[in-house]
Design a protein around this ligand. Sequence first.
Ligand SMILES: Nc1ncnc2c1ncn2[C@@H]1O[C@H](COP(=O)(O)OP(=O)(O)OP(=O)(O)O)[C@@H](O)[C@H]1O
Ligand SMILES: [Mg+2]
Length: 510
Amino acid sequence: MSKELAVEMLNISMKFNEKTYANKNVNFSVLKGEVHALVGENGAGKSTLLSVLFGIYEPTFGEIKINGIQQNISNPIVANSLKIGMVHQHFHFVEIFKLWENISLGAEIKKLKLFNNKKQIIKKISIIMKENDLTLNLNKLAKNASVGELQKAEILKLLYRDSEILIFDEPTAVLTPLEIEGFLNVLKTLKNNGKTIILISHKMKEIEKVADRATVIRKGEIVGTYNMNEVSIDDLSVKMVGRNLKVIKNTHNFKGEEQVLKINNINVTSINNKKIQALKNFSLDIKAGEILGIAGVEGNGQSELANVISGLQKVKSGEIFIKNIKINDKSIYSRFHTYKMSHIPLDRQKHGLILDFNVLENSVLQDIGEKPFSNKLGIINKYEIKKRGLKIINKYDVRDSNGGYAITRSLSGGNQQKLIIGRELSRESDFILIYQPTRGLDVGSIEFIHSQIIEAKKKNKAILLISYELSEIINLSDRVIVINSGNVVGELVGNKINYDLIGKMMMGNN
Ligand SMILES: Nc1ncnc2c1ncn2[C@@H]1O[C@H](COP(=O)(O)OP(=O)(O)OP(=O)(O)O)[C@@H](O)[C@H]1O
Ligand SMILES: [Mg+2]
């Protein structure tokens, strides 16, 4: 790492509307060859700041220097020409194209100026992969690739374009623990190869592992920049949220009797491959007031389990009951209304929100046709919708820049997630299916959401918690089931729940 500056953002302000600054008088600089973390609460202005650097937004005020020279980065093409590349919070791929086609899209090597020179393109990508310790099947269609593979393809897109300054917006939020290890290693290699890396992340442990320095941003303004060997991750967290944090834990005072969810011997095929059995003679039950955690390596049947309960997929055989009523063949609508289910889905943008609706509308999404939000004639009661929406916004600290009327797409990722959680925990329900609730949330929001899940339990709701964050499962569950290849391989109750035992069961050594 040299002392030369790769990036200087000077006095940057960014306003999307009259009311709020997303960034205010920000001074942010990055040294050549360092890994620099940008951290802050959901909605603090991290993605906005780096989108300004990448030319997606023109700042309201301020200037940017790249390698010491002032530049007007009016769009991403200019950013690319300055060797700046960005991997966004949500990926962009042409699904029916192969990965090599996606990687080279718009920068293809041509044959006779007309056709893509597949051989040359693949050769170029292969050399880059070798230099950076990356392996990827380039002939896979994007729609068949895993999130981890798509991310590698995103990184290759940047390297293919010779980017020197690499911006990552929450790269590990959607990865499995194993993929995260791989990604952090790739980051180290990129750094060793001289790249400058800017990393947005909420995961303090990862930042501790890879970052040289970290800048904290709060409500659009810079709090400070710190050398990672001079600051603890607890200090950083306090600087981010402005208060001390505590770990929320289930006290296991559970005496519930009434069975709410019962799953009896279900067999379910894999979402990706109909020939594979994702769940095999799988059974579980959850009582009112109980949080049942599902632990296991991703891809061992968790998504299929969530799908058959929420109605997105059908079982091949077996039964699912809510309060003794078989719901296998019930519509998604009736599961939510008649059988009183709530659902915090894995993919917030696909299954949790309508991004072009405003926040108030999304806050009552499944219930908009029900009382009190609509009357018998189907006439919508805007007053009631606003009342509920504002209650969720206030309680769950959903940061929307326009009093509930902002288009949901404009919310920061974490705030979209808080909106879904607020909606689902505020609905009248007996059973809540929760899948990776704190993905993309800041450390303060995680603490709050965990306390709200415990509150829901205290209100006697039955909760199924599927998560790949083992600490989340351990802290919140009354009981934990460990699954492997679609089978239950272990169960732990109350004070017996601990890392070691779950870890061993997950690996199949119990
Ligand atoms: N296109 C947009 N239009 C209007 N407001 C926006 C837009 N993009 C972001 N904002 C607002 O700017 C603020 C900062 O958002 P930003 O996405 O930068 O936050 P973030 O720090 O990246 O948060 P997260 O950790 O949740 O991703 C938020 O209040 C957000 O609602
Ligand atoms: Mg963001």
